[in-house]
Design a protein around this ligand. Structure first.
Ligand code: IFM
Length: 766
């Protein structure tokens, strides 16, 4: 067992934390979380948690939502029982690991192997001293499975030691239905979901099995006489299943999974898990030479991205904190479609498809939300759970401790276009026609229909969308937000395109779909008219989009004067003044430029970026990544690199943001976007992919893999030799467009071309 607890030797693959600071413990728990898209286990201490009140619960199960029976109830992902609890004690009481007393509690995240390691030493005067090594993972090859290993060496003392292993907190959010020695079945209070868990435990002392005493359901105990040099190994295999309705039996699933896992043993469970991770890394690793911090940050990002998705469950999506923390109650936002989906589409299409199928399965909720407000089509929930119904809380406590109304659920409507954008991007990159016909087309049509009903004609001959919130959430109830309107127009146009395509290529399916959606030529004609006359706020003379009607008249605050601030701009200025100012919470027109660069003719992309970038206060963790991506595309790579490191700091630097509530998974997706779409200049084209690399000076090379319409590609940008090398590892020949020039790529002919030097800082026109 000891060997299994040895981390990967290469420092670029591991994240270490030697500290033990109770004030930062919750951040460490988040950062070192292991998850697999179905189960999440935060890196809480497993052993003798005397400081239990300081830490958040440990375990999450994707899709395990319930709605509390309170005033203004908001659905939330509830906690699953913590399956990792261990207590070690002497006859007189527990061997407690106190903060600040004795050695620290180092943690290691072995990203290559997808597991977390911990060490700890427990001492009780001269009576006993033991060293512990712990390992935990949730399996990437069988997502219902978790493993905990504990390796204990006695350094000193001859005394009786008791070790208890248990499940804790089962009654925290759930009601137990059945509890047995190795099995538990719980249900949620209101949502009709059930959770089953089963566990097998074994303890060996110097290689000899010591049978446990069952103290209670899911609670085992062992007592033995400790001697110096003794080695004790605990292994616990856990299986977990969720059911969403009465017709499924999660109990049968976990029992079967447990008996399979028990038969194969923990080593085989671990081997399969590590093979699954090796496969994931071979498709998704990003290598940066020359900037060790950037390398660590992008690996950490890819580790958490690979940990967040589950290609096998199309009923769940990824919450804003993945399965790493409780913030945002597990709710799903546009973060998934805009910041995460590109990674999955291009490195793990099966996961991407499943995430989009979640939006297909929640279409009825989106249709109900639109209908409730008198519109047609699909208006997706700004905060979504399992039903697709709106889950945004209506009120919250603001930064000044006042109760404020939350309007995003009603007004942040661009979510419908964001979902459509991801559907189109997926189809473009995978060519998955079956998905398009069975699900994607319906999403595109229903979201297109939503916008066509949402935009209203006015006396100026244009259609307008009034009363919305754009990505910049500082400004509410605004009219004609450029991001919303241009994305809406794009959405309607893609709906029309998919309608024409289905009519031509799949006429029988098209007829059935039209009948089911009650869609006819008159509808399509109306949509065309709306798209042609939708106000966008573009000033043709300056090339500037006005973020929303009246934005240019607002107070222009010089953010440079507040550069030393440690709190967001809305806290500095106060809510009202922020709303009356041009201060932007996060990329808005800049986000539009990131998503639809073709909407910005000639140099107007740079014009808009130069206008809006200095006005952004980055009050959201999503903001810096969008700015970095656009800066890199515009060739301002050093500014982009600065944004890259700022984004990385969100979850990696203790001094930036408190992350006890979970990893900012959109920021992690944003790091990948900045790297691949920004520095490598990737673009998705109808005839293949485009690359236009501009690397920061410190990056000697950048390498990554891509999946494109059934092909695997390896890209390497070598700054030292000024070369771009693209090779096709599997699949049919294709076209790669480099800085606008098409090139052929085939299995037997890699593509090697020169790259351009990035602009120097003195020719930046900022
Ligand atoms: O989706 C984001 C939003 O854009 C800004 N506030 C946080 C949300 C969840 O990450």
């Amino acid at each position: 067992m000891k060997q299994a607890l040895e981390p990967t030797a290469d420092a670029a693959w591991v994240l270490n934390d030697d500290g033990c600071d109770p004030l930062r413990e919750s951040d460490r728990e988040t950062r070192f979380t292991v998850s697999n898209g179905f189960l999440g286990a935060r890196a809480s201490h497993a052993v003798n948690r005397s400081f239990r009140r300081l830490v958040s619960p440990n375990s999450y199960v994707a899709g395990l939502f319930d709605t509390p029976d309170t005033d203004r109830p908001v659905p939330e992902r509830v906690f699953a029982p913590d399956w990792l609890d261990v207590r070690i004690g002497l006859a007189g009481g527990p061997l407690v690991h106190h903060f600040g007393q004795g050695p620290s509690h180092p943690l290691t995240l072995d990203m290559r192997r997808g597991l977390a390691l911990a060490e700890c030493r427990l001492v009780e005067g001269t009576a006993v001293s033991v060293r512990l090594g712990l390992l935990r993972f949730v399996s990437l090859s069988r997502r219902s499975l978790g493993l905990q290993l504990l390796h204990l060496e006695v350094d000193q003392g001859e005394t009786d030691i008791t070790l208890e292993a248990s499940f804790e907190g089962g009654d925290h959010d759930l009601i137990s239905e059945r509890l047995e020695i190795e099995f538990g079945l719980w249900r949620t209070h209101h949502s009709g979901k059930r959770l089953a868990m089963a566990a097998a435990v074994a303890l060996r002392i110097d290689g000899q099995d010591l049978p446990p005493t069952a103290l209670a359901p899911l609670k085992w105990s062992w007592t033995w006489r400790a001697r110096p040099g003794q080695v004790v190994c605990l292994e616990r295999i856990v299986t977990v299943a969720r059911s969403d309705g009465p017709d499924q039996d999660p109990g049968a699933i976990v029992r079967k999974e447990l008996s399979d896992a028990r038969r194969s043993g923990w080593r085989s469970v671990m081997e399969q898990h590590e093979t699954a991770w090796a496969n994931r890394w071979s498709c998704s690793d990003v290598e940066v030479e020359g900037d060790a911090a950037a390398q660590k940050a992008i690996r950490f990002a890819v580790y958490h991205l690979n940990s967040a998705a589950n290609p096998d469950d199309p009923r769940v999506s990824i919450g804003a904190r993945g399965l790493t923390g409780a913030d945002y109650r597990g709710h799903v936002f546009w973060d998934t479609e805009i910041f995460l989906l590109p990674f999955y589409i291009l490195t793990w299409p099966e996961a991407a498809r499943s995430l989009l199928m979640y939006r297909f399965h929640t279409l009825d909720g989106a249709r109900a939300k639109a209908a409730d407000r008198g519109w047609r089509g699909a208006f997706y929930a700004w905060e979504s759970t399992d039903t697709g119904l709106e889950a945004t809380p209506e009120q919250a406590v603001g930064p000044d401790r006042q109760i404020i109304d939350i309007l995003t659920g009603a007004q942040e409507q661009h979510i419908s276009a964001d979902v459509a954008y991801a559907v189109w991007q997926y189809w473009q990159a995978t060519g998955d026609d079956e998905f398009l016909v069975a699900a994607g087309a319906e999403i595109l049509l229903e979201t297109g229909r939503f916008w066509a009903s949402r935009a209203q004609p006015e006396a100026d001959g244009l259609h307008h969308i009034r009363g919305v919130i754009g990505p910049d959430e500082y400004h509410e109830a605004i009219d004609d937000n450029a991001f919303t309107n241009v994305m809406a127009r794009w959405n309607i146009r893609r709906a029309l395109e998919v309608a024409a395509m289905l009519g031509e290529r799949w006429p029988a399916e098209w007829t059935i779909l039209c009948r089911r959606l009650d869609l006819d030529e008159a509808d399509l004609g109306h949509w065309t008219g709306v798209a042609e006359t939708l106000a966008t706020g573009l000033d043709p003379d300056t090339g500037l989009f006005e973020q929303f009607t009246g934005y240019f008249d607002l107070e222009d605050v010089d953010l440079a004067a507040y550069s030393g601030r440690s709190v967001p701009m809305d806290v500095v200025l106060g809510r009202e003044r922020t709303q009356r100012s041009q201060v932007i919470k996060q990329a808005d027109v800049v986000a539009l430029l990131a998503l639809l660069p073709e909407e910005f003719a000639g140099e107007t992309g740079a014009t808009n970026f130069r206008y809006y970038e200095p006005r952004c206060g980055h009050g959201s963790s999503l903001s810096t990544a969008m700015h970095g991506l656009v800066a890199a595309r515009l060739g301002d790579v050093e500014m982009a690199l600065d944004y890259f490191h700022k984004t990385a700091a969100i979850d990696l630097a203790d001094t930036k943001v408190a992350i006890g509530g979970g990893i900012h998974i959109a920021a992690q997706g944003g790091l990948w976007l900045m790297t691949v779409f920004g520095f490598a200049g990737l673009s998705l084209r109808s005839d293949g992919i485009g690359l236009a690399p501009h690397l920061p000076a410190s990056w000697l090379s950048l390498g990554f893999g891509l999946q494109w319409r059934g092909r695997s590609l390896a890209v390497r940008i070598d700054q030292t030799n000024q070369k771009l090398d693209v090779s096709l590892e599997s699949g049919q020949p294709m076209i790669i467009t480099i800085y606008g020039q098409p090139h052929s790529l085939s299995l037997d002919q890699a593509l090697v071309t020169d790259i351009k030097r990035p602009r120097q800082s003195d020719d930046r026109s900022r």
